[in-house]
Design a protein around this ligand. Structure first.
Ligand code: SF4
Ligand code: SF4
Length: 239
């Protein structure tokens, strides 16, 4: 990825941010009421099998660090790898056990419920665009629709508005974090004479999957933190 392609990615994310900010809160609340989702506490969203990984906002990562530092792992799907084989990613995610369950899930309960990350509070609600089967981008408001929970429950106007506000706030924070990371990387790569090299990325990942460790710089909202990631101690694919 060249500096120009990073710039165009930043511009696309800024447009996403603007359009998400402009999405009417009442429309989102109305969809939430119409769907009437109710959680049946199956805990599947706390597993990698169902949800991949739990990406953390900077403020959530800071909170998890105070509760249990080992609960943080660089979020899988690193965005960049420079010519020296150093990886870069825009944030942390929650560590999972070898069976894929979040390390904070205990006896089918979240043991940090009062301090759980924002994404755990808003899930399964979301507000971003994804392509449909025909590749057409459209807004999505409920993750895993009809795959979990129950539907057509009564949700009051107040409750739906509260959920809608929290969901929108989460999405705006997520996009702002991604933009801040990309802006930092653009400037950092230029200053340090670095560039993203796809071939090095693929070679290092191949070594990683064979059991070698890799170094990953993780964006923490202010700068980059170095993490050594070994496949044998991985959380959600990287830990
Ligand atoms: S922090 Fe709690 S709610 Fe979030 S994934 Fe882990 S166990 Fe589930
Ligand atoms: S949000 Fe969905 S997946 Fe998570 S516990 Fe509730 S019903 Fe299960």
């Amino acid at each position: 990825m060249t500096p120009d392609s990073i710039r165009s990615l930043i511009n696309r994310r800024r447009v996403d941010l603007q359009e998400t900010a402009g999405y009417p809160i009442e429309r989102l609340a109305e969809i939430i009421r119409e769907v009437g989702f109710s959680c049946d506490c199956c805990t599947r969203c706390c597993t990698a099998d169902f949800n991949g990984h739990v990406f953390l906002l900077d403020k959530d990562a800071a909170k998890i660090r105070t509760l249990e530092p080992a609960g943080l792992v660089p979020a899988p799907g690193y965005e960049f790898c420079d010519q020296h084989g150093m990886f870069y990613v825009s944030g942390y995610s929650l560590r999972t056990r070898p069976d894929g369950t979040c390390i904070f899930l205990l006896n089918d309960r979240c043991r940090i419920y009062a301090d759980r990350p924002e994404i755990c509070r808003v899930y399964p609600y979301m507000l971003h665009r994804e392509p449909d089967d025909a590749g057409v981008l459209d807004w999505r408001q409920i993750s895993g629709l009809d795959e979990h929970g129950t539907y057509h429950d009564k949700i009051s106007d107040d409750e739906s508005l509260t959920i809608a506000r929290m969901t929108k706030e989460y999405e705006l924070s997520f996009l702002s974090q991604e933009i801040a990371f990309l802006e930092f990387i653009l400037e950092y790569f230029e200053r340090q004479g670095l560039r993203h090299v796809k071939r090095v990325y693929d070679l290092r990942m191949r070594d990683f999957h064979k059991g070698h460790s890799i170094d990953v710089y993780v964006w923490n909202g202010h700068g980059l933190e170095l993490n050594a990631v070994g496949k044998k101690v991985s959380g959600t694919g990287a830990g």
